[in-house]
Design a protein around this ligand. Sequence first.
Ligand code: FE2
Length: 200
Amino acid sequence: MSPAPDLLDLFATRLYRRPVGDLDLAELLATCLSVMEDDEAGHEWSEANGYPGYTSYASLTDLPWRMPIFATLVERLDAHVARFAEALTFELEDKPLILEDIWINVLPEGGSHSGHIHPHSVVSGTIYVALPEGASPIRFEDPRLPMMMAAPPRREGKPFAYVTPAVGDVLLWESWLRHEVPMNMAEEERVSVSFNYRWT
Ligand SMILES: [Fe+2]
């Protein structure tokens, strides 16, 4: 609904969504699965920290240096993040946003990832690598929610927004935006690669 002329919508939260572009997604998927296969430390960390599935978040910090497909992915992501930074009208001077972390997530059936933000970063995002039928969307929370206290429910502008990406989509958001992955109802694994960009 567009607002009446006497109403202004202030402080919109921007979410960027766009296909990644020229990238071999089959190779990216195969690489994610083979990294998972070999990453014992990652499995141990996932289990010890209650992550229902596999993440390389704490175990592998050098995917773009190990795997050429990840190096290509980072080139593509750099371009998307630069566009998003432009859309956000960030004044970056001569310091572009740069990749801080990039990691693989594999969520099996029944797996979920509860609400969180990505502290110390400016832009965060995910590229979707395998989304079998019934795979979870991603859910974003209205950043004003903690301030709403006694506000009545609304017909529009619900406090949670569900976004269902397609394979190959890149989603980007500002790192302070709380998000979660609801339970994965797909029988097969949901595979994604997430990342943080910082400004220094
Ligand atoms: Fe996240």
